[in-house]
Design a protein around this ligand. Structure first.
Ligand SMILES: Nc1ncnc2c1ncn2[C@@H]1O[C@H](COP(=O)(O)OP(=O)(O)OP(=O)(O)O)[C@@H](O)[C@H]1O
Ligand SMILES: [Mg+2]
Length: 253
């Protein structure tokens, strides 16, 4: 990991030799990746290279054929459903859609997550929700239902729901996909604010400028392996033409 000047933090999540095949398609040949406490790692890769499968594997929606996913010192692939249940609360995720409960208001959606996962009092929950709504530029939207929100607001509310329970690690799979430029910038700014408050996570995105703004390090997935992983600065200035094709935004045409 040349060029990484940051003091390395403790590793919170480690993927070791992950392999995954669908039929005769080898999506992951051997994935090795270590996520450090306090960092947000960008994950780039062409369409179909297996970024979503990787995120899904970490949260248990896909099962790797081989390898280890070490979180808090334990291999998640060896845990029982019961043990996994407790772990899943510590790993938050934000997918393309906000995944809100349609029949609950914004406030109820956020309160639900906190009531499920914490022992906070109603008063403490209320305070936390108000702070979070301010952070995601949705102050006063407490009583709106998801279908009364714009697409951008729905995504920001989804981001809020995933992060309000303060998971140890948060995984973003193209959270800005489908948003117009203004809403993309807003969501990016919200993630950046969360980052400044100390989240640790993996940020899958095709939005290279957003990743450069948010991420400490960047990994690029290609042909079943992590082609490169380095600090954002080192990636920006990489001499590798393949890496540059991402940096220049030319990879996606
Ligand atoms: N359940 C599945 N059954 C069969 N093939 C699958 C399954 N899930 C994913 N794949 C295949 O695995 C490969 C990787 O898919 P994945 O969704 O992880 O790509 P991606 O990198 O997230 O792409 P994109 O940038 O377009 O979101 C693709 O070829 C996809 O068709
Ligand atoms: Mg994907």
């Amino acid at each position: 990991m040349t060029g990484d000047q940051r003091e390395p933090g403790k590793v919170v999540l480690e993927l070791i030799g992950l392999k995954k095949t669908f039929g005769d398609k080898k999506v992951h040949k051997s994935i090795n990746l270590a996520l450090r406490e306090g960092e947000v790692m960008g994950l780039f890769g062409g369409s179909g290279t297996g970024k979503s499968v990787l995120i899904r594997s970490i949260i248990g929606l896909d099962r790797p054929d081989e390898g280890k996913i070490i979180f808090e010192g334990r291999d998640l692939l060896q845990l029982s459903e019961r043990q996994l249940f407790a772990v899943r609360m510590k790993i938050g995720f934000v997918f393309q859609n906000g995944a809100l409960f349609d029949s609950l208001t914004v406030e109820e959606n956020l309160a639900y997550a906190l009531k499920e996962h914490t022992k906070l009092s109603d008063e403490e929950i209320k305070i936390k929700i108000e702070k979070m709504l301010e952070l995601i530029d949705m102050k006063g939207s407490n009583d709106l239902l998801p279908n009364e929100l714009s697409g951008g607001m729905q995504k920001r509310a989804g981001l809020a729901r995933a992060t309000i329970i303060e998971p140890k690690v948060i995984l973003f799979d193209e959270p800005t996909a489908g948003l117009d430029p203004v809403n993309t910038r807003r969501l990016t700014a919200n993630i950046k604010r969360l980052k400044e408050r100390g989240i640790t996570g993996i940020f899958v995105t095709h939005d290279i400028p957003a990743a450069f703004e948010i991420c400490d390090r960047i990994a690029i997935l290609n042909e079943g392996v992590i082609h490169v992983i380095d600090s954002t600065e080192a990636i920006k200035h990489s001499a590798d033409p393949f890496v540059q094709s991402f940096v220049q935004g030319a990879y996606y045409t």
